[in-house]
Structures are given as structure tokens and as C-alpha cells.
Design a protein around this ligand. Structure first.
Ligand code: GDP
Ligand code: MG
Length: 439
């Protein structure tokens, strides 16, 4: 997988030094490939990679973090910042009807999105009027009428009028007369961008003056999304983007391209054919989806959390003071028992990097679970002072934890070795003690 590729690309850089152009090259190539596979268009990927490289250069790799995690974190943050800011509001006017115009290529989901927006408004106790301004396809008016009937909202149409500007104007006038607070214009699309379509949309934009113009983009569009978005953006003053069909496998990289060329907020994403399948846009979710390295992003965030200076100081103080109990041991075990986290904890401890692999094994994870279970079966007194654990207590604890009695003696012994080690950690003679523990 991509994550594996990144990990091996950075193997030589583990836990040391800074990110440089040289040591990032392979990792950046993998990220670039991932973005292209997600259908982000090539020029956008190129510019993006430039930004990321700039941001990453010279970044120190945290002791506890692997370089690929640091890089992916930077990439992810950059994606989130480019995809944002969040603005899922339709910005209704205080007085009069707010006019929303939907535009986009044929089949992108404009008419469906009309219904979804209407549904959203109905939930806010607002009854919009839908205007059938797609006069290109005979079935288009009928499709909108069916949606209007299903939702119980009025649909304005003039089957014999061939002028969409007039239809929109008349529709808005009728809606205002009826006291509608929102009018949604369902315009025509083409299979590809053409001048006639653009001229028609420009006329509607000029003569009807919509308050909000949204570009509807099919999330399954690939590399050419950038071209169509560019064309719409040049002809119309866009206020937002709706990306549809993100309920499928598409990673939605086109969104990055569209955002890149239009610069307007991404308002909603469509996640199905039904009226309720419209969600406010969330950059974090989308960045994760585009990058598909969620595991690394999460691990990096967690490692950063663990590195939290305060927490570390507290742990060190405890260790130095000799108050380190089986409860603290258990807390630590619980933290490190999350997949992959053991290695990072060890990365925090000077000299322990070499034990990372061994400690991240399945076997180690099973051992940690067993240890936690055993400590859970102990009394508070036993946890504070394990010396009192005699044969009969051992038997009781083992039974409670569902393990063999030797497991308990083993644990107490292990803790005896751990305790001075933990306390010494703050002092710094870690290496010797770590070696001692291995024997
Ligand atoms: P228009 O030509 O832009 O008006 O596109 P339509 O609204 O007619 O939609 C074209 C097709 O895409 C229809 O079959 C819709 O049901 C479908 N569609 C629209 N939005 C979504 C979505 O978010 N998810 C899925 N799966 N299908 C969608
Ligand atoms: Mg339509």
C-alpha cells in the first residue's frame, strides 16, 4: 500500500534529523502519485507539491515521529487549509427572495441538488420555489416537477417558452408574489463546455441577478474537472461549489482542482440520489479521503499528542520521585497498547529506539493486554505495593484475570525491573538499564 511504500521510503531516516529535499524525494513522489490517483489534475498536483516541499523543508522530525508521518501530516494540513474555509450557509437575504442559481455540466447533479437544497430549506421551515430553466432537454421540466411534487414545493415552468432568461425572471416574480423566501434556478448543462451554454448562463446571471451561484461538479470527474470549473468560473461569478456522487468509490480529488481554480468555498457534498443525501462540506474528512493515508495521519496526530510536553514532564516527575506504581504502569501500557503506539512511546525514551520493532509485534500487543488484565484484577493496595502479593494473592489475581498463576509472578518481577528503570529514565542512565532488561 501507499503507507507501506512511504514507510520503506523513509526507513533510513527514522527518528533522526530534519526533512530535506534529498531525504523527502521518494516520499514526495509517493504522495504525488496518491494525489494523481485521486484524480487531482496534474498542474494542481505540481503546484501543491511545491507548497508542501517548501513547508516541510528543514522541519525537524520529532524523536517520537517517523519522517513519513511528519511529511504526511504536513501534506494533510496543507490539503485541509486549501480545501477550507468551511461555509455551509446559503446566506439568505433578510428581505425579499434569495435567488440561488445552480450551474454545471449535464448529468453533474444540478436537478437532484435542487431537490436536496429544497429539502434542507424545508427542514428550516422555508418553502422554496424551484424554477425549471433547463429548456434544452424535453424531460428536464418533468424531472423537476416530480421532485417538486415529492417535496411539496412549487415548481415554476413555461413549457412553450424557449427563453431561459424570461422563464427565470417570470419564475422569480411569481415566487416573490407568492412570498417565497428562496428561489432555486435549475439551469441547463451540456456534455462539454460550449460557448452557447456559457452565453446563456451569463445572460441569466446578468438579467436575473442571482444572489448565490453554485457550481455543481460530479465527484467522479477526473482530470478535466479543472477545465470545466475554469470555464464556469470565468463566465460567472461563483459563490460556491457542490460536489456530487461522493457516495461511490471516487476519492474526490477533482474537488482540489475545482477549489484551486475557483477559489470559492465548497458548500456541500452529495452522497446519494435521495433528497437527504446532502452534507455540509468538511475539509478534514475530504483531505483524508483524497490522501488515503488516514492511518498515518492519525498516528502522527497521536504521537504529537503524546509528546505533549506537560504530560511528559508529569510522567518523568513521577518516575524520578519513585512514586511509579503498577497503576502508572497500567496507564502506560494502556497508552502504548494502541497499534503502533508502543514504538512511538519508545521513541520518546532515549536509547529505546532499537526495541521499537520487537515491541510493535502482535505478540507484544497480546502481552500488554494480558498485563493490563492482570493489574485490573489487583486491589489498590497491591498495585501500590506489589511486595505484598504472596502465593494466595497470586492465585486470586490469576483467577480474576483468567491467566495462569506464573503470569502474575512474572508481572511482579517485570515491574521490579521496570520500576528502577522508569525512575532512572529521568536521570538518564537509560541505555545501561535497557540493556540489563534485555538479558
Ligand atoms: P443534471 O443533469 O445536472 O441536472 O443532473 P441530475 O440531477 O439529473 O443527475 C444526474 C444523475 O446523477 C441522476 O441519475 C441522479 O440521480 C444522479 N445523482 C445526482 N447526485 C448524486 C449523488 O450525490 N450521488 C449519486 N449516487 N447519484 C447522484
Ligand atoms: Mg437537470
Amino acid at each position: 500500500s501507499l503507507s507501506d511504500g512511504l514507510q520503506s521510503a523513509f526507513k533510513s531516516l527514522r527518528g533522526k534529523g530534519k526533512l530535506s529535499e534529498g531525504n523527502m524525494r521518494e516520499g514526495l513522489e509517493i504522495v504525488q502519485r496518491s494525489l494523481l490517483e485521486a484524480d487531482v489534475s496534474y498542474p494542481v498536483v505540481q503546484e501543491f507539491m511545491g507548497h508542501v516541499t517548501e513547508r516541510a523543508l528543514g522541519k525537524k522530525v520529532l524523536l517520537s515521529l517517523r519522517p513519513e508521518q511528519e511529511l504526511v501530516r504536513i501534506v494533510h494540513d496543507e490539503l485541509v487549509s486549501i480545501l477550507g474555509p468551511v461555509d455551509p450557509s446559503i446566506h439568505l437575504k433578510k428581505d425579499g427572495a434569495t435567488i440561488i442559481m445552480l450551474c454545471g455540466l449535464q448529468g453533474s447533479g444540478k436537478t437532484t441538488t435542487c431537490g436536496k437544497l429544497a429539502q434542507l430549506l424545508i427542514e428550516q421551515k422555508i418553502k422554496p420555489t424551484l424554477v425549471a430553466a433547463d429548456l434544452q432537454r424535453p424531460a428536464a421540466i418533468e424531472q423537476l416537477k416530480v421532485i417538486g411534487e415529492q417535496l411539496g414545493v412549487p415548481v415554476y415552468s413555461e413549457p412553450d417558452n424557449k427563453n431561459p432568461v424570461q422563464v427565470c425572471k417570470n419564475g422569480v416574480a411569481k415566487a416573490e408574489a407568492d412570498g417565497s423566501r428562496v428561489v432555486i434556478l435549475d439551469t441547463a448543462g451540456r456534455l462539454a463546455i460550449d460557448e452557447e451554454l456559457m452565453a446563456e448562463l451569463e445572460r441569466i446571471d446578468k438579467k436575473v441577478g442571482p444572489d448565490q451561484v453554485y457550481l455543481v461538479v460530479d465527484g467522479m470527474t477526473g482530470q478535466d474537472a479543472v477545465n470545466s470549473a475554469d470555464a464556469f468560473n470565468k463566465s460567472l461569478e461563483l459563490d460556491g461549489v457542490v460536489m456530487t456522487k461522493l457516495d461511490g468509490d471516487a476519492r474526490g480529488g477533482a474537488l482540489l482542482s475545482v477549489k484551486h481554480v475557483t477559489g470559492v468555498p465548497i458548500k456541500f457534498i452529495g452522497t446519494g440520489e435521495h433528497f437527504d443525501a446532502l452534507e455540509p462540506f468538511r475539509p478534514e474528512g475530504m483531505a483524508g479521503r483524497i490522501l488515503q493515508m488516514g492511518d498515518i495521519v492519525a498516528a502522527a496526530a497521536e504521537a504529537h499528542r503524546i509528546v505533549d510536553e506537560k504530560e511528559r514532564e508529569e510522567l518523568e516527575a513521577k518516575m524520578a520521585s519513585g512514586d511509579f506504581t503498577l497503576d502508572d504502569f497500567k496507564n502506560m501500557m494502556e497508552k502504548v497498547s494502541k497499534p503502533g503506539l508502543m514504538g512511538r512511546m519508545m521513541g520518546l525514551m532515549p536509547g529505546m529506539g532499537q526495541f521499537k520493532e520487537a515491541l510493535e509485534s502482535e505478540e507484544a500487543a497480546g502481552g500488554i493486554r494480558q498485563t493490563i488484565g492482570a493489574i485490573n484484577a489487583m486491589t489498590a493496595e497491591e498495585r501500590r505495593n506489589p511486595k505484598i502479593i504472596d502465593a494466595s494473592r497470586r492465585t486470586r489475581i490469576a483467577k480474576g484475570a483468567g491467566v495462569q498463576t506464573p503470569v502474575i509472578s512474572q508481572l511482579v518481577k517485570q515491574f521490579d525491573v521496570m520500576k528502577p528503570l522508569m525512575q532512572g529514565m529521568a536521570g538518564g542512565s537509560m541505555m545501561d538499564r535497557a540493556k540489563m532488561m534485555q538479558q
